[in-house]
Design a protein around this ligand. Structure first.
Ligand code: GTP
Ligand code: MG
Length: 200
């Protein structure tokens, strides 16, 4: 899929205020600082479409973008960042969970995981919850430029093994680096295929 246009729509505090759910939507979620906003910029080939930061907790609202005048892309706040006040963390989690559970046009949720780390409990619990709710999702491993390919393989295998303890099959997995533009065509063609078969 070629990206012809990518426009920022607005930021919302609840899924209820998001644009009418009349076209396909895809959202990016994951721990704070995992690289959601950077990945969105890489996919859209725009440096500053989504705001990125070295300080975790940059994205605090539901940020919607209108792509190719045909579908929405959503940048969600990060979950589970320990340094954010507990009450704020709770609000973020509710915002994310309500959005994921009730947004009618959400075709697929992309769950981002830092490829450098071992499987983390809150990511595993979040994906288990997605399974219970029947929400379609993919896994995206980020920041692969920061590790060697042997480390990456080891970490991926670890993750797959951990997932298969609770799942019969693995979801679609993408391996990315926003820094080196890895994984772009795979993710965009995945979205393109779903868009083609989406009925509204
Ligand atoms: P929150 O909005 O706070 O939840 O964070 P986020 O998940 O949107 O992360 P963001 O895209 O802001 O990136 C966090 C930091 O990681 C920034 O300093 C990015 O430059 C860096 N980063 C993101 N992706 C990559 C990558 O693929 N490679 C490298 N080397 N750094 C990355
Ligand atoms: Mg962000």
């Amino acid at each position: 899929m070629e990206i012809k246009s990518a426009e920022f729509m607005a930021s919302y505090t609840t899924y209820k205020d998001c644009p009418e759910p009349v076209i396909p939507e895809y959202a990016f979620v994951g721990r704070s600082n995992v690289g959601k906003s950077s990945l969105i910029n890489m996919l859209m080939d725009r440096k500053k479409l989504a705001k990125t930061s070295q300080t975790p907790g940059k994205t605090q609202l539901i940020n919607s973008f209108f792509i190719n005048k045909k579908w929405y892309l959503v940048d969600l706040p990060g979950y589970g960042y320990a340094k954010v006040a507990k009450s704020t963390r709770k609000d973020f989690n509710k915002l994310i969970k309500d959005y994921v559970e009730f947004r009618k046009n959400l075709m697929c949720l992309f769950v981002l995981l830092d490829s450098r780390h071992k499987p983390q409990q809150n990511d595993l619990l979040f994906m288990r919850w997605l399974g219970e709710k029947g929400i379609p999702f993919c896994m995206i491993f980020t920041k692969t430029d920061k590790i060697s390919s042997s480390e990456l393989n080891k970490n991926l295998n670890n993750y797959k093994k951990e997932m298969l303890k609770n799942w019969e099959a693995l979801p679609e997995i993408f391996v990315t680096s926003s820094e080196h533009k890895i994984g772009r065509s795979e993710i965009l063609s995945f979205i393109g295929k779903i868009n083609e078969s989406a009925v509204f």
